[in-house]
Design a protein around this ligand. Structure first.
Ligand SMILES: *Cc1c(COP(=O)(O)O)cnc(C)c1O
Length: 395
């Protein structure tokens, strides 16, 4: 494709070849395996002497179209699609780390990734330690001789802390660490960690990439040599995406930019409106000048994202009451949907942690997280404001 085209055009126009039928929309390859013309061609395929497709656990044209679109947006060399975001996370560790290696990560990390670090990788003697907070300059003290990888998320969940990707990239270059960024909260449209030296970028496509709460999927993109190792791991162990989900997600990549523009405009409007609300102690949104990571967010993200967090006065009880009085926004364990989703981490996703552990990852009792959807912004604001009124009432 013409390399002078804008990224958005490349994402929309990156296509796999059409069949004889000449369909305009991408064909869906619902097939478990692919035909060979001869014994020789088949033998060559298995010996890697040609790139003929073999089997859909290994590869499928629909995966290719999906990952090529993410690579175009992320500015990445290569990519691999997986059955879920967690399949991408685990496959990355399993393919690149061996017994005795150490992974450094930030404490504020997606819950299942934390479980992989603390309950699963230790079985193979791969240890993880956490750094606290966004002060990257202090992290070099935690790098050990056996540290292989630095794994981060930014913005973090649910506290929306911002980690300076440029400083992290420099730290990894200095210590020769593989930098892996879970870019799910920003989406490939708002932030491209490869520009700052990230070696691999992980996406839960379940969130903004699908954007409509229909499916689960994932991808890892980045340095071709590392993707090759991840592919080899996935080919033999089987965390493959279904061709149908890949087809769906590839279509979704074509509308990601326009959806994110609306998500972000509405999220900023909501954040600004809530900052003036006396029932709220604090609003956390990366593109509010009151956010401690505002300058860094402006440097590495094109917009502030679709997630807004705020601290409601009255702690856990007020948080529960707030949730129970929403009329439009939904309570569900997801984010990045066309519908506004609200959660109260202290009583749900992070209820198993002790109060102390919650505080260490920035979760106050009255913290509410909103994934701002595509409804009209005025209706979202009205819904949240009326539930806030209720949360203040006694009884
Ligand atoms: C949801 C999520 C994941 C896991 O993705 P799944 O598709 O649910 O497996 C990983 N990281 C972040 C930041 C997420 O929000």
């Amino acid at each position: 494709m013409n390399s002078k085209l804008h990224t958005q055009t490349k994402v929309v126009r990156t296509q796999i070849p059409r069949t004889e039928a000449g369909e305009h929309s991408a064909p869906l390859y619902l097939t478990s395996s692919f035909l060979f013309e001869s014994a020789e061609e088949m033998a060559d395929a298995f010996a890697d002497r040609n790139d003929h497709l073999i089997y859909s656990r290994f590869d499928n044209p629909n995966f290719t179209e999906f990952t090529d679109k993410i690579c175009a947006m992320e500015g990445a060399e290569a990519g691999h699609a997986t059955a879920s975001g967690m399949a991408a996370v685990f496959s990355t560790f399993a393919a690149l780390c061996k017994a005795g290696d150490h992974i450094l990560s930030c404490r504020s990390i997606f819950g299942s990734t934390h479980t992989v670090f603390t309950k699963i990788l230790p079985k193979w003697n791969i240890e993880t330690s956490y750094v606290d907070g966004p002060d990257v300059k202090s992290w070099s003290d935690s790098v050990k001789p056996n540290t292989k990888m630095l794994y981060i998320e930014t913005p973090t969940n649910p506290g929306l802390e911002i980690i300076d990707l440029q400083l992290v990239g420099e730290l990894c270059a200095k210590h020769n660490l593989i930098l892996v960024v879970d870019n799910c909260f920003a989406s490939p449209y708002l932030q491209q960690p490869a520009k700052f030296g990230a070696d691999l970028i992980i996406h839960s496509a379940t969130k903004f990439i699908d954007g409509q709460g229909r499916t689960v999927g994932g991808a890892v993109v980045g340095r071709a040599d590392l993707i090759k190792e991840i592919r080899t791991f996935c080919r033999s162990t089987g965390p493959a995406l279904s061709p149908f989900n890949a087809w769906l997600l590839s279509k979704s990549m074509e509308t990601l930019a326009v959806r994110m523009d609306r998500h972000c405009a509405s999220a900023l409007a909501l954040a600004e409106k809530l900052e003036a609300n006396s029932q709220i102690e604090k609003v956390i949104y990366p593109f509010l000048s009151s956010h401690p990571g505002y300058a860094t967010a402006k440097k590495q993200m094109s917009q502030g994202g679709a997630l807004v967090a705020f601290i409601i006065k009255g702690g856990i009880d007020a948080g529960r009451k707030f949730l129970n009085n929403l009329k439009l926004s939904t309570l569900t364990a997801n984010l990045g949907d066309s519908r506004t989703i609200v959660s109260h981490p202290a009583s749900t996703t992070h209820a198993k942690l002790s109060e102390q552990e919650r505080l260490s990852v920035g979760i106050l009792p009255g913290m509410i997280r909103v994934s701002v959807g595509l409804e009209h912004i005025e209706d979202i604001i009205v819904d949240i404001e009326q539930a806030l009124e209720f949360s203040m009432k006694r009884g």
